[in-house]
Design a binder for this molecule. Structure first.
Ligand code: SF4
Length: 399
């Protein structure tokens, strides 16, 4: 079996390599993986950290994922939807801070009223954020789940250009264990493909540490990301929420949370090593497990942070999992705290920039070139090449 050092010298990592990296536990090996991922990040994407102001605009959800705190059957939370004015105000606040981009996230609804509302909000944010620094307005990422293709088209035409739709588990059997029967793995795959066809920059991700998940599952997740040719990754550790059917795994979670946390960091590093120039978010779930979780995520190869800009009075009602941080701080305090932490690890905060991934930028340059090639004689153009770019344990399965 090759050493971690030998694996890291390889140009292309195969499934066995990825399994070995994700299973590393000796601190010297882990540090080697972390520093290699950090080097790939700096070489491929630079030292910039991109911000997206996160607006959790509604916690109404028509679905019932077994792990999620805002699932429709959870009667312990107060439901809310922010007004269009409040959402636009939060987006404008983000842009004034120099974030350049916002993420609009909510529970999943596909009804016409929701689609009309969101389309209107996107258009309003776009027109309200045009400036000299951002001539095309704010960059807008959506995270509102599975929708009809026509709805995706409408959101795209209204001005959203990135979409995060987590697969949660690329193994259909594992997916089925954590979702009710009316949610289909295949439909999620179809949605990811539709989003790409429409023109969105597409992101996906998984939960790390689901009871019963293995290192091989996680290696297959990484290969899935590569196969889907995604532009962004948003993933995080599995954290129990007490008002969900998966609360029966609270003991499992308590026993294994250190391992789950470490594996989540290794997943970031391995995704960076394999996918190279995508954007990877260092998610709030990491910070829920450890105070310095998100800085560590950055140090393992992540380059995106999504500061919380949801109004404080409703933030507590958007608890996807227990222990979510920054529930009472106002956005200003949160912002300055985050800035200090990012600077403390020697990274640069990018301002007034959409912060698209290098992969997406290269893809769009390639499409442009393709169009140009179609309209000019081939000989007259120079070709420009593109850069190619039982972990845990076997536990009882979720209900
Ligand atoms: S994960 Fe998304 S679709 Fe599932 S219950 Fe939560 S908000 Fe709804």
């Amino acid at each position: 079996m090759p050493t971690i050092d030998a694996i890291l010298q390889k140009r292309e990592l195969d499934r066995d390599d990825i399994i070995a990296l994700l299973g590393a536990s000796a601190s010297a090996d882990v540090e080697l993986i972390r520093s290699s991922a950090e080097k790939v990040l700096i070489d491929e994407c630079g030292d910039a950290v991109y911000y997206r102001g996160l607006v959790e605009f509604s916690n109404y959800c028509a679905y019932d994922c077994h792990y999620c705190g805002i699932r429709k059957s959870n009667a312990d939370i107060k439901r809310y939807t922010l007004s269009k004015d409040d959402i636009v105000a939060a987006a404008k606040w983000s842009i004034r801070q120099g974030y350049g981009s916002v993420v609009l996230q909510s529970g999943e609804r596909r009804d016409p009223e929701f689609v009309d509302f969101l389309e209107d909000v996107i258009a309003e944010i776009k027109s309200a954020t045009v400036s000299e620094k951002l001539p095309n307005g704010a960059g807008i990422t959506l995270s509102v789940g599975e929708q009809e293709p026509q709805s995706y088209e409408r959101f795209y035409k209204a001005g959203a250009h990135r979409y995060l739709l987590r697969i949660e588990a690329s193994d259909p059997n594992l997916f089925a264990l954590i979702h009710p029967q009316n949610q289909s793995w295949q439909n999620r795959i179809d949605c990811l493909k539709t989003l790409r066809q429409i023109g969105f920059q597409v992101g996906t991700g998984v939960m790390i540490g689901i009871p019963g998940q293995t290192v091989s599952n996680l290696a297959d997740d990484v290969l899935f990301f590569r196969g889907m040719d995604v532009d962004m990754i948003g993933m995080g550790p599995y954290i129990v929420h007490r008002s969900t059917p998966m609360n029966i795994h609270a003991d499992y979670y308590d026993q294994h949370k250190d391992k789950i946390f470490q594996t989540a960091l290794l997943m970031i590093a391995v995704c960076r090593l394999v996918l190279k120039n995508v954007n990877i978010a260092s998610t709030t779930a990491l910070q829920a497990m450890r105070d310095d979780g998100r800085e560590l995520g950055l140090r393992y190869g992540a380059n995106v942070i999504m500061p919380q800009t949801t109004p404080v009075d409703v933030r507590r009602d958007y608890l996807l999992y227990d222990g979510k941080p920054y529930m009472s701080d106002d956005a200003r305090l949160y912002h300055s705290d985050l800035e200090k932490k990012i600077k403390s690890i020697g990274r640069k905060i990018t301002v007034d920039d959409w912060g698209d991934s290098k992969k997406a930028v290269l893809r769009s340059q390639a499409s442009y070139q393709c169009l140009t090639l179609k309209s000019k004689p081939l000989k007259s153009l120079k070709s420009k090449s593109l850069k190619s770019n039982s972990f845990l344990v076997t536990g009882a399965p979720p209900p």
